[in-house]
Design a protein around this ligand. Structure first.
Ligand code: C5P
Length: 395
């Protein structure tokens, strides 16, 4: 995930270093946005070293990249730790006079805040009203804890421990939103790569890791959908989704056609084998029997996407994927246009794959075509952010 960690100006900023560290160690891409006062507590080199990305609090840095909204638009999750009384007040009123303010306003990602302040400030009706407003808007508030504060006092106002903030933030990122743009929709997504057995121990497969499909499933859950993930040879945690495990094309076909009967949206992100061995040996194929050469006879598999498109009910949206090794963008687009016409689906997500591209990488770059062959979206970045851009079109 691409996570923005906003840091406001309170002494607990030093503990937010650990929050950033835990996200980075868990494999997330983290961008830190400190306020000017936060930088008086913890300096910029610390944030850059620990997040491994450039850090600025200045709205007027990186203007050519439109950074004041770009960070927010591409974020999958925003965490503000510590959130001071002042920052909570700004958030409640939608103020955007610094980079953290614009980033948050420009984002539709889940927002998690970890308040930290002295007890009197926390209990002040102004702060309580601001926190109530934020909660009403679905913003997740973690803490504050009751304990020792910076001075001699103690009471509610201490920032929650870093691991609690990280845990709550990751849970918020994967929890369904009742008000999301896919709320109440049934979504079926296939992901992974099929395997066609040759004998009890061998198969013909492909290099798909299923990451883009799994990110689509997770993003659809976050947006409120009821999601069935048909996972071909993948291990996926069933957080908030129904996972059906399949292996061969025939199994995937049966599961997809059945699940599609009640779905509003079907996304065929799985890499499905076009051919399978005509005969599957009951016993392990032996080289001392076969000799120096072994010829395999393959037969065509059914085209599941085509079948889903033909069986599509009115109002249902069917989406295909096309992974091409073609390097010329125009030629690739032409292949995509021919494919969507042939398959008969509503949208086609086109991406380039090769020995070093597409598969197993955390990043992706795609073009989304409509049934008429028009480009309706282009997206690049983390597979999670690409998933959200694709769903923006489909929602
Ligand atoms: O024809 P091609 O394999 O390039 O098309 C890719 C799209 O078609 C993907 O959405 C894939 O899931 C789907 N497909 C299918 N059944 C097949 C082969 C591909 O549904 N036998």
């Amino acid at each position: 995930m691409r996570i923005v960690v906003g840091v406001a100006g309170g002494i607990a900023a030093y503990k937010a270093v650990q929050v950033v560290r835990e996200f980075v160690l868990a494999g997330h891409e983290v961008h830190v946005v400190p306020t000017a006062s936060a930088l008086r507590f913890v300096g910029l080199p610390t944030w850059e070293a620990i997040s491994r990305h450039d850090v600025t609090d200045d709205l007027f840095d990186h203007v050519a990249e439109v950074r004041h909204v770009g960070l927010g638009q591409s974020a999958d999750l925003i965490v503000v730790a510590p959130a001071t009384a002042h920052t909570l007040a700004k958030l409640a009123h939608g103020l955007s006079d610094d980079l953290l303010g614009t980033t948050i306003l420009a984002s539709d990602a889940p927002l998690v805040v970890a308040p930290a302040m002295h007890t009197e400030m926390w209990r002040n009706p102004a702060t309580q009203a601001n926190v109530a407003t934020l909660r009403e808007r679905g913003i997740h508030v973690v803490g504050p804890a009751d304990g020792r504060l910076t001075g001699r006092d103690s009471g509610p106002g201490r920032m929650s421990e870093p691991h609690e903030i990280v845990e709550a933030a990751l849970a918020a990122a994967s929890s369904p939103s009742a008000s999301g743009d896919l709320a109440g929709r049934r979504v079926v997504i296939t992901a992974g790569g099929t395997r066609e057995p040759l004998d009890p121990v061998r198969f013909i497969g492909n290099r798909s890791t299923g990451r883009q499909g799994v990110e689509l499933a997770r993003a659809a859950v976050r947006r409120g959908a009821e999601v069935t993930l048909i996972a071909a040879n993948l291990e996926v945690a069933a957080d908030g989704l129904t996972v059906q495990n399949v292996s061969t094309t025939a199994e995937l076909q049966e599961a997809a056609l059945l699940a599609a009967e009640t779905a509003d949206l079907v996304i065929m992100a799985a890499a499905v084998a076009d051919y399978r061995p005509a005969v599957v040996a009951d016993e392990k194929i032996k080289k001392d029997v076969q000799g120096d050469e072994l010829a395999l006879r393959l037969v065509r598999n059914p085209d599941i996407l085509h079948e889903l498109s033909i069986a599509r009910r009115s109002g249902q949206v069917v989406v295909g994927f096309a992974a091409e090794t073609e390097t010329d963008p125009d030629a690739q687009l032409a292949l995509g246009r021919a494919k969507i016409a042939r398959k008969g689906c509503d949208y086609l997500v086109l991406n380039r794959v090769g020995w070093h591209e597409g598969f197993a990488s955390a990043e992706n770059a795609v073009v989304v075509l409509s049934a008429s062959g028009d480009i309706v979206a282009e997206a690049s970045g983390s597979k999670a952010s690409v998933a959200d851009r694709i769903l923006d079109v489909l929602a």
